[in-house]
Design a protein around this ligand. Structure first.
Ligand code: BES
Ligand code: MN
Ligand code: ZN
Length: 509
């Protein structure tokens, strides 16, 4: 695990650290506590701001060194822009921005005076919790394999911000508001760790066994080995792993958190867990192939989501399922032209062994429906390069057979800033998957590669409301943001946690 940031809450009367952050709304409007500091330092903050022509626009920062009379080495002002229109997401982002401002100065601990001009005291504790959440997300890094201390700016450093103290009127209140957010941040960071871990360390067995850590949060975990999957006739998933020395696994994580309704049908989350995708016999070109260690980003998000739901004791029944395989070329590997039989009984002609993710998902989706009769299924998969051609690195593609479900996800997407864009399911794409030699083939030709892949998956969906998220662009090497600087982004954990919280944690719908 990467180093976590130690976040705590203290009362305003406690002494702030040598490095202290204050917030300012547009035009350098200070909250009451920050104003006190300014007064104590004989107007030093406002003087510095005006000398620097600083206006406290959103995301802007100002550093004031050794302000007079207040015994603080540095004051960092973080701009919030217009306080009246500040959204929840912007406050979370401000938490990320303040961490980056502190880390740019190589400080290891800092205080934040939490008060916003015009915001009542009650809200301040919530603001502190959101800032802490954003700070925790931004602070993540993956430096476990760096063995040297840095001597200059060019070398990545293992040292960074360690301790952040947020000063509020009622620390206990802020702490309890932060608890569920911390659970989600932990879930995101679990997913990032899994994606960043190289494939020599994290094989299919290791990935599946990572889910066992969820047992201490009350999640029931079952891991199916090759024998168990052969018994279930999961010929589609299994053929992908036959070229690898390392055996395939499926992990099933069950969280029964629904209060007063133990029989509530679960929501299922399915993840593609290709720990490395060489392409198999249809081998990929060498350039950039190292990125295929992240081809388990969908599975990582499912594990991170289950962590978040369990740690914050979500009032819902949810099941996470991940298919863990390695796609390698070898004498045992599946060949183009081979025909395999999936758990559903449908046969598949493998045209391209690099279209392996859908082969894995076909059986996991079927297993999920057979075993859990879920009220809905959402799968996440780094499925196609084509989705990046269509949508770039900021949006995931969403394919949905149910408009209400698509709407719910769209709303959660807007709230969390994890962007999705709806793509079409259509008979024409389905037809492209027909094969002369089997019930279907695994590739659909040159055009609309993401949509034909989705059409393939749909052949394994019964009448369950279902969404497929193609996260090839967002799960790894995505656009860096105020909340993420990591290659493995943990994308989808915040989106789906929010989706569950907003729609499925109240009474049965
Ligand atoms: N894992 C890849 C998709 C991918 C590519 C994810 C780049 C992230 C970055 C997937 O298994 C794949 O190889 N898809 C093929 C499908 C094709 C053979 C029909 C693709 O997109 O080229
Ligand atoms: Mn592939
Ligand atoms: Zn793949």
């Amino acid at each position: 695990m990467s180093d976590r940031l130690d976040v705590s809450f203290a009362s305003h009367s406690a002494d702030p650290e040598a490095v202290t952050v204050i917030l300012a709304a547009d035009g350098v409007a200070l909250g009451p506590k920050a104003k006190d500091l300014d007064t104590k330092s004989a107007g030093g903050v406002m003087k510095a701001a005006s000398a620097a022509d600083y206006k406290a626009k959103f995301k802007s920062t100002l550093e004031i060194l050794a302000p007079a009379k207040i015994g603080i080495d540095r004051l960092i002002v973080v701009g919030l822009g217009k306080a009246a229109t500040l959204t929840e997401l912007q406050i979370i982002e401000a938490g990320g921005i303040l961490v980056s401002a502190i880390e740019a100065r190589k400080c290891t601990s800092a205080s934040v005076i939490v008060d916003i001009e015009g915001t009542d005291d009650k809200k301040t504790e919530e603001v502190a919790a959101l800032l802490a959440y954003g700070a925790q997300l931004r602070h993540y890094n993956f430096k476990k394999y760096l063995t040297k201390k840095s001597s200059d700016d060019a070398t990545p450093s293992k040292d960074g911000l360690r301790k952040l103290i947020l000063h509020v009127a009622q620390p206990d209140k802020a702490k309890s508001a932060y608890a569920p957010l911390k659970a989600v941040a932990n879930g995101v960071n679990v997913a990032r760790d899994l994606v960043n871990e190289p494939a020599n360390i994290l094989g299919p067995v290791e990935l599946a066994e990572k889910t066992l850590a969820l047992e201490k949060l009350g999640v029931e975990v079952e891991i199916l080995d090759v024998k168990a999957m052969e018994k279930l006739k999961m010929g589609s998933l299994l053929c992908v792993g036959y070229g690898s020395e390392r055996p395939s696994r499926m992990a099933v994580m069950v969280w029964n958190g629904a209060k007063g309704n133990k029989k509530q049908k679960p929501i299922c989350f399915v993840g593609k867990g290709v720990i490395f995708d060489t392409g198999g016999i249809s081998i990929k070109p060498a350039a950039g192939m190292e990125d295929m260690k992240g081809d388990m980003g969908g599975a990582a998000a499912v594990v991170g989501l289950m962590h978040a739901l369990a740690e914050r004791k979500a009032n819902v029944n949810a099941v996470g399922l991940i298919g863990c395989v390695e796609n390698m070329p070898s004498g045992n590997a599946v060949r183009p032209g081979d025909i395999v039989t999936s758990m559903s009984g449908q046969t598949i002609e493998v045209i391209n062994t690099d279209a392996e993710g859908r082969l894995v998902l076909a059986d996991v989706l079927w297993y999920a429906q057979e075993n859990f009769k879920p009220r809905l299924i959402i799968d996440l998969a780094t499925l196609t390069g084509a989705i990046m051609i269509a949508l770039g690195k900021e949006f995931a593609g969403m394919f949905a057979n149910d408009d209400k479900l698509a709407e719910e996800l769209m709303t959660a997407s807007k709230a969390t800033g994890e962007k999705i864009w709806r793509m079409p399911l259509d008979k024409a794409f389905d037809k492209a998957m027909d094969s002369k030699n089997a019930d279907m083939k695994n590739t659909g030709g040159r055009w609309a590669g993401s949509a034909t892949a989705a059409a393939f998956l749909q052949r394994f969906i019964k009448d369950t409301p279902w969404v497929h998220l193609d996260v090839a662009g967002t799960a790894m090497d995505g656009a860096k943001s105020d909340l993420n600087q990591s290659w493995g982004s943990g994308w989808g954990v915040r989106l789906l946690d929010r989706f569950v919280a907003d729609n499925y944690e109240r009474s049965e719908k």
